[in-house]
Design a protein around this ligand. Structure first.
Ligand code: BGC
Length: 714
């Protein structure tokens, strides 16, 4: 392949090379002008291009009518499903199930590739610790280990065993890097990340994706420590190419090359092209600074020819790896949902839901329940339950909770009153009918949350509460005196502390996708037992943000919540701990948290040895027992904390997890091997080393509890 690629490069004109380095959205429809440009080798790739038939025809022209027959590569954002929609990535992360994530990506790849799309801009693995940022919906949560494991699984799912298999699509690790650290949670904002934090947290999932063989990387829109990621040679060259030995394609984000002008980093488009090319951006998305200026930059020796050849080599290699040069390409056709894709979608939705509260075991509902009142703006909204980034999905494929509940219980047992038109509706005009339904039912099933359009790109929020009159709706419904089980669908952690106190049960469903309805109905009725755990910390109020489990201890950790300061308090140094005086310092729900319909008990932590060397390993195990009446699945989590290090370490760090199925009454021993090298940290010299010292370790149901022990690394 390398020989073929080099032979091809030797025959290419500079214009043809720059064409390969250009990606466009211009092929909305396949006009004569675009046909002519394809013949001339003007484009290497199209994004969001035409119909399957257009793509087939464009590819035929590229292969048969362009001078060198170099195929096009069609790209699209296939983020959490194509025609079949799976839960948003943050929801999928709540399943803590790499095998599931691989399966959803596989289905998405099958559908997208059927339509001639062989490159997706996923997975996104930006660590996000700020739910104001709308793109947290697309993320895999706040923890680098969890996000890395899941990102790698997604890469395997998209790319399949072989990239040139017809149902494989090239994946893209994005956004490189630091995008999730946008200041104040405002999209596209600057990221200031010290190198040690960059390496410990933000880069780890990218490294995992690279190790899983991800075919491409995308640069991020933001500046990282003042330098736009798209012109950042430290990121793209020093780390990605040199340290990590990466030989895939690096694509810019949408117009991110020319946005370097507004960042104040490039003088004009020519300067931007130069900086991106020198940093190592192989392909420019949408803006045309490469096409307009790269030739003269080469001619004036401002950019060496080698930079262009290296980029073209990366791009052509990818096209070979995808099999695009082969003659036996299948003809793109329309993708359809299948029983298999819907089954994966239902399983994914069911696994992603997190039970946050279940007072007096309100859930599951008894199967002989006479009537339920289904209320709320998200009970029957096909579009909203799909979430962000669903350009190819069809609302008619979606089954809502209302439809699923009616299907299972029969129309006559379901009293439906939406109460609010949508999540932002402020009108109380539907409240009376909803209250009436609540009065006539045994239980209220209340579907609250955020519409689809309130999360995702450019959808940052400064308030994280339930929008519109939803909190007032809860207040109004309490007058019926019926228990209320709420299902919250949202693209981010919302804050609903006071409202939660008025609800008997809360299922957090994210935006659950095409089959969210059947999954939720079965969860509510106990046909499925909830097993999701939070991949992100839920704050009590937006004022606590950023709040995440893997924080440092401070010199004055808070032990208790003393709210308020009594009048006349003397100014003396007691109670001077790291907390708030107006809200509890702890989160509303911690990372890793999630309840079940059964009771899981942890006991008996054991260490195979209490002292190891870096090259050795030990096994940590604990007994996990199902003490309840139902079978259930538990996500067992392994955390460590290094007590003393050359750089202060987080109070806990996730190092492993396992989903286990336990029959009622069953007990299992769950073991985690841990190597000394797994404990390596970036030290005060920025070297990755396993420093000797004492470690606390937990096997735990979430990031705040668990059975614990200690061992020493010598
Ligand atoms: C987003 C990327 C996306 C690209 C192409 C950009 O606005 O930041 O995540 O892949 O558009 O649609």
């Amino acid at each position: 392949m390398d020989r073929k690629v080099d032979a091809l490069i030797a025959r290419m004109t500079l214009d043809e090379k720059i064409g390969q380095m250009s990606q466009s959205t211009a092929m909305n429809t396949l006009t004569d002008a675009i046909r002519q440009e394809i013949r001339q080798g003007r484009w290497g790739s199209f994004l969001n291009a035409g119909s399957p038939a257009d793509r087939a025809e464009a590819q035929r022209i590229a292969r048969r009518e362009s001078r060198l027959g170099i195929p096009l590569l069609f790209a699209r954002d296939v983020i959490h499903g194509y025609r079949t929609v799976f839960p948003i990535p943050l929801g999928q992360a709540a399943a803590w199930d790499p095998e599931l994530v691989e399966a959803t990506a596989r289905e998405a790849a099958r559908e997208a590739s059927t339509e001639g799309i062989r490159w997706t801009f996923a997975p996104m693995m930006d660590i996000a610790r700020d739910p104001r940022w709308g793109r947290i919906a697309e993320s895999l949560g706040e923890d680098p280990y969890l996000a890395g494991v899941l990102a790698a699984a997604m890469v395997r799912g998209f790319q399949g065993g072989k990239l040139d298999a017809e149902a494989s699509v090239a994946a893209c690790a994005k956004h490189f890097a630091g995008y999730g650290a946008a200041e104040a949670g405002r999209d596209y904002n600057s990221a200031w990340i010290p190198e040690i934090l960059l390496r410990e947290v933000y880069l780890r999932p990218f490294r995992a994706a690279r190790d899983a063989g991800v075919a491409t990387f995308m640069t991020s829109f933001n500046t990282l420590n003042g330098i736009p990621a798209t012109g950042n040679r430290f990121l793209l060259h020093d780390i990605l190419r040199r340290e990590w030995g990466y030989d895939g394609v690096v694509v810019s984000d949408y117009e991110a090359v020319t946005e370097m002008i507004r960042h104040g980093y490039a003088e004009d488009a020519r300067d931007a092209a130069k900086k991106a090319a020198l940093a190592g951006v192989d392909m420019e998305m949408v803006s045309t600074s490469y096409y307009d200026h790269l030739k003269s930059l080469i001619e004036s020796s401002a950019v060496p020819m080698k930079a262009v050849d290296d980029s073209v080599r990366n791009i052509l290699r990818l096209k070979y790896r995808l099999g695009l040069f082969d003659d036996n390409q299948r003809t793109p056709a329309e993708a359809k949902v299948t029983p298999q894709s819907l089954a994966v979608a239902e399983r994914a939705a069911a696994e992603s839901v997190v039970l946050l509260k279940n007072q007096g075991n309100l859930l599951p509902l008894r199967s002989d329940i006479r009537t339920v009142a289904v209320i709320g703006p998200l009970a029957d909204s096909r579009v909203d339950q799909m979430g962000t980034w669903v350009m190819d999905a069809r609302p008619e494929d979606v089954v809502t909770p209302l439809a699923a509940l009616k299907h299972i219980l029969g129309d006559s047992r379901v009293l439906y009153a939406p109460a609010l038109r949508d999540s932002r509706d402020r009108s109380h005009s539907g409240f009376a009918a909803a209250l009436d339904a609540a009065r006539r039912a045994e239980v209220v099933l209340l579907f609250l949350g955020e519409e689809q359009i309130l999360s995702g790109e450019a959808r940052s929020r400064a308030f994280l509460n339930l929008p519109g009159a939803q909190e007032e709706l809860v207040d109004a419904l309490t007058a019926a005196g019926k228990p209320i089980a709420a299902v919250i669908m949202a693209g981010r952690p919302l804050t609903f502390h006071d409202t939660a106190g008025k609800l008997g049960a809360i299922l957090y469903a994210w935006h659950p996708g095409t089959m969210g309805g059947p999954a939720l109905a079965k969860l509510l009725l106990g046909q499925i037992v909830p097993s999701g755990k939070l991949p992100v910390t839920f704050p009590r109020t937006v004022g606590q943000v950023p709040i995440y489990y893997a924080h440092l201890n401070t010199g004055r950790p808070a032990a208790d919540t003393e709210l308020g300061i009594p009048l006349g308090t003397p100014l003396k140094p007691t109670g001077y701990t790291s907390k708030y005086i107006d809200v509890d310092f702890t989160p509303e729900y911690p990372f890793g948290y999630g309840l079940s319909y059964t009771d899981i008990e942890y006991s008996n932590l054991r260490l195979s040895r209490t002292s190891i060397q870096a090259g050795q390993s030990l096994t940590i195990s604990a007994e996990v027992a199902n003490r309840g009446m139902r079978d259930g699945t538990e996500v067992v989590q392994l955390y460590v904390h290094k007590l003393v290090a050359s750089v202060a370490q987080p109070v806990r760090l996730l190092k492993g997890f396992r989903r286990i199925y336990l029959k009622a009454g069953e007990k299992q021993t769950v073991s985690f091997p841990l190597r000394g090298d797994d404990l390596a940290i970036y030290n005060d010299q920025l070297h990755l080393v396993a420093e000797p010292g004492v470690f606390q370790v937990w096997i735990a149901p979430d990031s705040t509890r668990g059975v614990s022990g200690q061992f020493t690394l010598r």
